[in-house]
Design a protein around this ligand. Structure first.
Ligand code: TXA
Ligand code: MG
Length: 345
């Protein structure tokens, strides 16, 4: 298969109708959302959905998110919609929030990996929404990376992972948030965050007083299994070994300098991820700016990890961000990328 990359200026592009029809007909189409690029397939077509698992190399027990373009598309996919869910959707949809509902019979078991809940999201990105609207079916879409690689935030990342395996890649530029959606379970007695993401804990807690966070995503204890199957896999793993440096800023930078010397003596290629304002402090490694704000770090993280892979970096030394707001999702991804290797200074 020759993958066609379609550069589109905006959501009014006539190509979206063509790609929407291709999706409906069972082809795979990668497309931008406000979080990361998605690998789309007709969510009601088992053959197309199977292809997603195959192309990504995704474990069969990891369920997929169904993407919709308007609220009326939700009803046929779910058993019921609680008042709580209505309230949350009113405020956060369209947007980077995936909500779990009890699934209806219409949803193939392959999508939910046999679970009785289905994850649904209405993206904010208008290219994504128009594409889904033209497809006229719910679109199953995991992140458009090979399983285990960092999620794609640019069409080029999708191309690197999936060239020759998807019909179209819609290039809509760099994604805005750069981290995946928050996954929120509203089917249990307490609303629970199964994956931190674009909508923050604080934003949700303001509306859901008894909001909690799945223990599996906070713990490094392998015996505590996350409720969201995707969270149990080693994700976002760069090829180089990654370490996170936590503590006082000056001490962190001093320690990183010492580590650079150590690894250089061993002949290692070192990649450094630091805040924009600290870039000038380091000369003797491949230094990448994560940006200044936590939002910028979120936008840049996956792309930098991919750049390090392309450069054959052996060791990645990284600063961290505060664990609040979007920082919670950033830290979650950094923990996964590093396999939890923290250096407390
Ligand atoms: O931002 C996003 O959510 C992106 C864009 C493309 O929309 N999609 C995405 O999909 O990140 P994926 O497949 O890479 O991650 C979906 C996560 C996985 O961790 C999966 O285990 C979880 O959602 N999930 C899906 N259905 C679930 C269910 N019924 N119960 C628990 N977790 C579920
Ligand atoms: Mg993913």
């Amino acid at each position: 298969m020759i993958t066609k990359i379609i550069q589109i200026a905006d959501h009014t592009s006539p190509y979206l109708e063509i790609c929407g029809a291709a999706l409906r007909d069972g082809e795979l189409v990668a497309f931008p959302t406000e979080t990361v690029y998605g690998l789309g397939a007709n969510g009601l077509d088992e053959k197309a959905v199977k292809e997603i698992f195959k192309v990504k190399g995704r474990p069969q027990d990891n369920p997929l998110i169904l993407h919709i373009s308007s609220r009326k598309e939700l009803e046929p996919l779910v058993e019921n919609i609680s008042e709580e869910a209505e309230k949350i959707m009113d405020i956060f949809w369209p947007g980077p929030l995936t909500i779990l509902f009890k699934k209806s019979k219409l949803v193939p078991d392959l999508i939910t990996a046999g679970l009785d809940t289905v994850a649904i999201r209405m993206p904010e990105n208008l290219i994504a929404r128009n594409l889904i609207r033209y497809a006229e079916v719910p679109i199953a879409a995991p992140s458009a990376n090979k399983s285990g690689r960092p999620s794609p935030t640019m069409a080029l990342h999708v191309y690197d992972d999936l060239n020759g395996q998807v019909e179209y890649i819609i290039d809509g530029g760099k994604t805005g948030i750069g981290l995946e959606s928050t996954v929120l379970d509203l089917t249990t007695s307490r609303p629970t965050i199964l994956r931190p993401g674009g909508i923050t804990f604080e934003q949700l807690q303001a509306l859901l007083k008894n909001l909690t966070i799945d223990k599996g995503i906070l713990s490094t204890d392998a015996n505590i299994v996350p409720k969201s199957p995707g969270q149990k896999y080693k994700h976002y793993a760069p090829k180089g070994e990654m370490f996170l440096f936590v503590g006082d800023r000056d001490k962190v930078n001093e320690t990183i300098k010492e580590e650079i010397e150590k690894y250089q003596k061993l002949g290692k290629r070192i990649g450094l991820m630091v805040k924009e304002e600290d870039v000038h402090l380091f000369k003797s490694a491949i230094v990448k700016s994560m940006g200044s704000s936590d939002e910028e770090v979120g936008q840049n993280l996956f792309g930098i990890l991919r750049e390090f892979d392309n450069m054959g970096v052996d060791v990645i030394l990284s600063q961290v961000v505060d664990n609040s707001g979007i920082g919670f999702a950033v830290i979650n991804r950094m923990m996964k990328a590093s396999g939890g290797k923290i250096v407390q200074v």
